[in-house]
Design a protein around this ligand. Structure first.
Ligand SMILES: [Zn+2]
Ligand SMILES: [Zn+2]
Length: 260
């Protein structure tokens, strides 16, 4: 049994998913599941988040879900990587014995890349180049994370006609990310959310083939589900892709890598 290594329940301020419905959805698909709630320390200053703070109480999370933890369910966190959150993240993940820590870029220079302000006045080269450079720097500065989340997060929200991270166009920056991932012993996540798009699957295939070529061996597969219907989304496609490039799907329990 492999795990859907990325999901958000109601402990994440942008999700209402109940633990039980998520677990049942995974069980129906024959998958294990890891909850990875949002902990984005720097979001507090953003004007967009008056009612959402993207933080949660680690002890309350553990108390509520630890009884469900076992073969079917593991308990993790997704920390937002920013220059101002390194110490906060490190102390947060010590509060409870998380199984898996994903590090993700959600915001740059206090601008959430979900919103148009990050792209204002930037060409795609500038917006994507800076995003990837920041990601490479943050991987290096946060070597304690287990997994780098969704390298293609920016492609979900960018306003450009071609939203993909085309490896030929951004090879220097993508290589820098991948080399820092390998140097720090971090594992790349293949986020399945965008894999129903052929363009997305093709561009990601190039990036993950390059990861393998540079020495990457493992990958986590995660749906980033915020609702039960999204649990395990596009998993067959993701497994075909990882098979094709020669990467082994893994997950983390007690911060240690596991695989079939
Ligand atoms: Zn994320
Ligand atoms: Zn997420």
């Amino acid at each position: 049994m492999i795990y859907d290594c990325h999901s958000h329940t109601e402990f994440s301020s942008d999700s209402d998913m109940k633990a039980q419905e998520a677990i049942e959805a995974a069980r129906r698909l024959g998958l294990g599941l890891i909850f990875t709630e949002h902990y984005d320390f720097d979001y507090r200053e953003s004007k967009h988040y008056k009612d959402m703070d993207f933080l949660f109480d680690a002890k309350a999370y553990w108390e509520k879900y630890e009884p469900l933890r076992g073969r079917e369910l593991l308990l993790g966190v997704e920390v937002g990587l920013t220059p101002g959150s390194i110490e906060a993240n490190q102390s947060f993940i010590q509060q409870v014995p998380f199984d898996q820590v994903i590090g993700s870029i959600h915001a740059i220079d206090k601008m959430d890349i979900y919103y148009p302000e990050y792209y204002a006045g930037k060409s795609k080269e500038q917006a994507y180049g800076y995003y990837l450079e920041m990601m490479a720097a943050m991987v290096k500065a946060n070597p304690y994370i287990d997994v780098l989340g969704h390298i293609d997060y920016i492609s979900r929200y960018a306003p450009y006609d071609d939203k993909e991270i085309n490896y030929h166009r951004f090879h220097d920056q993508v290589d820098e990310v991948l080399m820092n991932v390998l140097d720090t012993g971090t594992i790349m996540e293949l986020n399945t959310r965008r894999l129903s798009s052929k363009a997305a699957a093709e561009s990601l295939l190039m990036i993950y083939a390059r990861y393998r070529e540079l020495g990457g061996r493992y990958v986590t597969i995660g749906s980033d589900a915020h609702s039960a219907e999204a649990v395990g989304m596009n998993f067959k496609m993701a497994q075909d892709m990882t098979d094709f490039v020669g990467l082994r799907p893994v997950w983390f329990r007690e911060r240690k890598i596991e695989y079939i």
